[in-house]
Design a protein around this ligand. Sequence first.
Ligand SMILES: [Cu+2]
Length: 488
Amino acid sequence: MKVSRRALLKLGALGGAAVALPLAPTFASFGKDQPAPSPLVPRFTRALVIPPVIRPVRRTATTDFYEVTQKEARVEILPGLQTTVWGYEGMFPGPTFRVRRGREIVVKQNNLLPDGVVVHQHGGVTPADSDGYPTDLIPPGGSREYVYPNGHRAATMWYHDHAMVKTGDHVYKGLAGFYIVDDEVEDRLPLPRGRYDVPLMIQDRRFAADGSLVFDPLGHIGVIDGDVLLVNGVPWPRFEVASRKYRFRILNGSNSTQFKLGLSTGQPLTLIATDGGLLPAPVDLPAIPLAMAERVEVVLDFSRYPIGSRVILENLDGAGRLGQIMRFDVVREEPDDSAVPATLRPVESIPESAAARTRDWVFGPRATMSASPPVEWVINGREFDPNRIDATPRLGDVEIWRIKNATELNVGGMDHPVHIHLVSFRILDRNGVKPGPYEDGWKDTVLVPKGEEVRLIMRFEGDRGKYIMHCHNLEHEDAAMMTNFAVV
Ligand SMILES: [Cu+2]
């Protein structure tokens, strides 16, 4: 069996599966040689790059207009080598949108890439025709205007490709960027701001000897494990910081890799926000799990370290080089008038009694002999069909969605980070137990691990229309683990 060990771990325990299904011969044919390692990259030598904030091309009384061109670019990610990426404005990651709550923007996306693309603003409350439905492709040479009303409370969101069956490939090539909403509630808080407010997009990648990206979805298990960790497109960067507080907005932008964040010094991370915005109060945590597409915001105070100190942001789930993400070098003293207030922002607890109904969703593998490995990823036993609506919540209704990671089929399970478009939700419980503090706030993506059932509560606000829920392991999404709901 020549599949990488971690790829097998990703699929799950296969020992019993070989009994239930003739997996072994299928895996042998599916198997390939152990992938070559990426060219060796020194760690902590290149400076962190912070993606530039994109400026509107024109403004009216009500609306800011932006224009973005998606194109190929050659960039130096590994020292001395060129990598072809697909980038918004040719950048990897794309430029950051920094918008005000309640201020509408219109983004014209031009596609100079050789494939059809779709843009989804992840986390936003967006009209259905601007939400980036997977089949609403912008053809090569074409363009499309997306309207974002920005009604969402301040939060760290992102935008990325969502093209049918191609999302994993397109995001892997570089089509992702930050989308940050500010509002007057946050304006009034003394949190670190300006150059002390830093987005960090963490992604794993694998490169060939010539510097090109190696994209291998491993038969839809999940893209081949990266052996290079990128932050904002830079491998294992170093970031020179002052001995003061910083706010970091951290996104797991990987296709299929989970992280667990921690610091080499043992200093806790002060968590202030989840996917959908600030928590009611900060929480100090020694470790924070971060599944694909999830965001957390943390404040780190470097004033406790003498000048010259080095603090490594670690991936506690990773071994060796993959156990390290980036390094903060404390290089200078600076005054600090920021603070982390004891109270941040109220987060509504929606009572279960408000729910009009409960819906059940089962995410799981389905055995098939037509794929290799012989599983496909489905929701409620059915693969995605753009023309089938599986739920019709009413605008304004509260619903409980019970999401189960099925393991009945003895083909090995995988964790599924489930993303629901349009809505923010709260997590009620996991297998009946209250969620951990790292996810006890507004969320739009929730990890549903093997063997778990997670209950979410949400209010359908914003817009009527057809939206999707899907697994944010992008290889599962592309393999049909997606469903339509229509807000009516
Ligand atoms: Cu999945």
